[in-house]
Design a protein around this ligand. Structure first.
Ligand code: SAH
Ligand code: SF4
Length: 351
């Protein structure tokens, strides 16, 4: 779509969804065929210094049993994932300063060795300084996920308990300048949002020229100040997945766990509406149940890799198939940053 404006997105928000979905599905298949990239998600620490009003891991929630996985524990999960043919690992945590930069770098370097440099490392650990992002990139991290959550600056500062949208966007800018493949996105249906917010959220994804866009429904958590919020219907998220696919045809778009939590067929529906990525949670079952950003998360009982077997028929049911490819975003490759970043890493290693 060439230079879409507010009115264009508004139109798409009102269009017949079955047509919009088909169009987005077609665009997705044009760029990614019937492939669904798999990412192994490892929730390595649920300690968080932040107090986001929407999140079950917020520091004021004293009912969370906090844990932090050590480097050898994470490496053993990665090894299993690598043997199961996974070629991307997403390391997610709260904003945990105790997981310092040196420890993260050690982890990244060891993952690269463990996977014969065949796997991508994606980080999702919140806001850090530009200097730290630079060091993480140099250590071998490839990608970074950091949602802007909502484009409404007043709502943002309220829901993130004092942290501004400007600061979040600064982090995205910093990551870009360090040549990360960059993913961002938003939650759908946060309290206080209107249709106009959702339109602006979609436009901001385009403006940020993202390589990956993760969106998912906001699901109220009973141990947060937002416990009495109204749940937005899954259809709203699915519609936004389709709109984002049309706005950024070559981006990677995951069918997120929160979609599967809200609707048992949520992820399949997303894969039919323009999504092309799945992120099975390979965190050991004993820790998964303590990483509840929102309640009711699926696959809590499965011990990580069983999720893959469970996902296979789901993916086939929508006429797609699992791809164990490293799964770069075509959008990222086209920007030319990919080759520059790869060469820089090889140079660093050879010196
Ligand atoms: N601490 C990091 C990464 C972990 S949180 C960060 O905040 O970036 C990962 C994502 O979980 C957040 O970006 C947010 O969009 C999502 N999330 C948090 N609480 C949620 C809720 N109640 N419902 C749905 N998604 C939620
Ligand atoms: Fe921490 Fe992320 Fe949850 Fe905010 S959303 S409280 S930063 S884990």
């Amino acid at each position: 779509m060439a230079e879409p404006g507010y009115k264009d997105i508004e139109q798409l928000m009102n269009d017949d969804f079955s047509l919009l979905r088909k169009q987005a599905d077609q665009v997705c298949r044009e760029h990614y065929g019937n492939k669904v990239f798999l990412r192994g998600l490892i929730e390595f620490s649920n300690y968080c210094d932040m107090d986001c009003l929407y999140c079950g891991l917020r520091r004021s929630n004293k009912h969370v049993q906090r844990y932090r996985l050590e480097v050898p524990d994470i490496l053993s999960i990665v090894k299993k994932g690598y043997n199961a043919h996974m070629r991307t690992f997403v390391l997610q945590s709260g904003e945990d300063p105790s997981y310092g930069i040196n420890k993260l770098c050690e982890l990244i370097k060891k993952i690269k060795i463990e996977t014969n440099d065949e796997a991508a490392v994606t980080l999702s650990c919140g806001i850090r300084t530009k200097e730290e992002y630079k060091i993480l990139k140099k250590a071998g991290a490839d990608r970074y996920l950091i949602r802007f959550e909502t484009s409404d600056s007043l709502l943002h500062v309220y829901l993130r308990n004092g942290i501004t949208l400007k600061r979040r966007l600064q982090a995205i800018d910093d990551l870009k300048s360090c040549d990360f493949e960059i993913g961002s996105g938003f939650m759908v249906g946060l309290p206080g949002e209107t249709k106009a917010t959702m339109i602006r959220n979609a436009l901001l994804c385009k403006e940020l020229d993202l390589d990956m866009i993760g969106i998912g429904p906001f699901i109220p958590h009973h141990l947060t100040p937002l416990k009495y919020s109204v749940q937005s219907p899954i259809e709203q998220t699915l519609r936004l997945v389709s709109i984002i696919r049309l706005l950024l045809p070559e981006a990677n778009i995951p069918a997120t766990t929160s979609m599967g939590t809200l609707d048992p067929y949520g992820r399949e529906k997303a894969l039919q509406a323009g999504a092309n990525v799945l992120m099975p949670n390979i965190t050991p079952a004993s820790y998964k149940k303590s990483y509840l950003l929102y309640p009711g998360k699926i696959c809590l009982e499965e011990n990580g890799f069983e999720c893959i077997n469970y996902l296979d028929p789901k993916i086939k049911s929508v006429g797609k198939e699992i791809s164990f490819d490293i799964g770069y975003s075509k959008h990222f490759i086209k920007k030319g940053v990919y080759n520059a970043a790869k060469n820089e890493r090889l140079e660093t290693r050879n010196n």
